[in-house]
Design a protein around this ligand. Structure first.
Ligand SMILES: [Cu+2]
Length: 151
């Protein structure tokens, strides 16, 4: 953030929200997700595996461990979303303009349940989310993520 914009931004936020923002290690509009062999939720995970953002925010997928990628699941994105497929070990940044729920997978570890959910705006859980035809381990993890997130 440039200094003028930062000054303007800082003048509008309270000390408390500043503390929260610095604790979460995020800056406005961007969220980092690590692709990991092992994390707090088990093996082969995106961390965090649930991200809540506002329309126009960006998610950056980071190479925490090697041999992963991030790709949208065609049957688990809002209608009209173009979709994306990162290469293995590629750090990609995706900006989400359209409100809704997005299912994201790691292609090589899809059958091992390496998936996550991005919620843009205050969208409700749509019918058919998660897609019941995704690999069983991924379906199980989607249900866990959604239950934990109250969706
Ligand atoms: Cu993976």
């Amino acid at each position: 953030m440039r200094s003028l914009a930062r000054t303007l931004f800082l003048s509008f936020v309270s000390a408390q929200s500043l503390l929260v923002a610095s604790t979460a290690a995020t800056r406005a509009g961007t969220v980092d997700v690590q692709m990991l062999n092992r994390g707090a939720q088990g093996s082969m995970v995106f961390e965090p595996d649930f991200v809540q953002i506002a329309p126009g925010d960006t998610v950056t997928f980071r190479v925490g461990h090697k041999s992963h990628n991030a790709a949208s699941i065609a049957t688990m994105v809002p209608e009209g979303f173009a979709g994306f497929t990162g290469k293995i070990n590629e750090e990609i940044s995706i900006t989400f303009d359209q409100p809704g729920l997005y299912g994201i997978k790691c292609s090589p570890h899809y059958t091992m349940g390496m998936v996550m959910v991005i919620r843009v705006g205050d969208a409700a859980r749509p019918e058919g989310f998660p897609d019941p035809s995704v690999p069983p381990a991924s379906l199980k993890r989607f249900e866990e993520i959604l239950a934990r997130s109250g969706l």
